[in-house]
Unconditional design. Structure first.
Length: 302
């Protein structure tokens, strides 16, 4: 962890000793964390009394409660405890997932786990002067971008799918697709990774669309020219569209509420914007008018 850095972790990586180490100042700096609270973690007041979450959680939907507590029976890490009541449909989805996971392991979920599924419960050591209550809930959603990156590799790159039943062919196809994803990710990082307003999905479309151009450039020795064109295309387009009902992560980081206004019903005969154009990733590209046939995929690079 870098000095003054923020760790956004999942419950599977929760470790009290590491949180305690990060909370202690080193060379005048502190490491910060923001993570969900695992079930069964002991919480105490500064006077040593153990807290019961059932008596602390807010009951009104959308309401938040913040407390200063000590985390862990032995570690006693000073932390901010933040609890927010989630909508009932979200809570029910969580309970169904808990029941399914418990069923897979041959057991039943605890009553406490089913009850607390109705709240978002997180802990952090970031002071309020650096991260307010509302900002904390927004920053927590940024971790989902990691899952979206893996989703981009799996759904668009098809790294978890193969066409053969022979082991060596499967392994060869897997490595080929992983190599293609490395090339794709490198081009995205150079082209638009630094700009939060750019869509990784649309940038990946640009790379896959011009995979054939890259192959020709390798043979003809003009790779730098083609790469510069791809980067220029990413920077001229690939923008994340604004959403009112469910704002994107960058919109929330800029101050948009977690949920926007009511969605206006769309006429039956209307077409969505992304259905009106085949390549929403960029404009002004020399090969941006595909023929209607199957387009070249990035996997052809290998």
């Amino acid at each position: 962890m870098p000095a003054d850095g923020l760790y956004l972790g999942d419950q599977a990586f929760f470790e009290q000793g590491r949180l305690r180490q990060w909370h202690q100042r080193q060379d005048g700096h502190r490491r910060y964390y923001l993570t969900r609270l695992p079930m069964g973690t002991a919480l105490y007041t500064r006077s040593g009394h153990r807290l019961v979450l059932r008596g602390l959680v807010p009951q009104q939907e959308g309401a938040c409660v913040e407390l200063g507590v000590l985390l862990g029976q032995r570690a006693r890490v000073p932390t901010r405890l933040i609890m927010q009541r989630v909508p009932e449909e979200v809570a029910e989805q969580r309970r169904q997932r808990l029941r399914a996971e418990a069923r897979d392991h041959g057991r039943e979920p605890s009553e406490e786990a089913l009850y607390l599924a109705g709240w978002l419960i997180v802990v952090t050591n970031v002071p309020r002067r650096l991260l307010s209550l509302a900002e904390t809930l927004v920053v927590l959603t940024v971790r989902w971008q990691i899952e979206l990156l893996f989703r981009l590799w799996k759904e668009d790159g098809q790294i978890d799918a193969w066409r053969s039943s022979k082991g060596w062919r499967i392994l060869c196809e897997l490595y080929a697709k992983l190599a293609a994803m490395v090339i794709q990710h490198w081009l995205i990082e150079v082209g638009c990774w630094h700009d939060a307003q750019r869509s990784l999905v649309k940038a990946a479309q640009v790379v896959r669309r011009e995979a054939g151009q890259l192959m020709v450039a390798i043979r003809e020795g003009r790779m730098e020219h083609v790469v510069r064109q791809i980067i220029r295309c990413m920077r001229s387009g690939c923008r994340i569209e604004k959403r009112r009902q469910f704002p994107s992560t960058v919109q929330r980081l800029e101050g948009a509420p977690m949920l926007g206004g009511k969605r206006t019903p769309r006429p039956k005969n209307s077409r969505r914007r992304d259905q009106c154009r085949r390549w929403p990733a960029g404009k002004g590209w020399a090969t941006s008018k595909p023929s209607g046939k199957a387009t070249t995929r990035l996997s052809s690079l290998t």
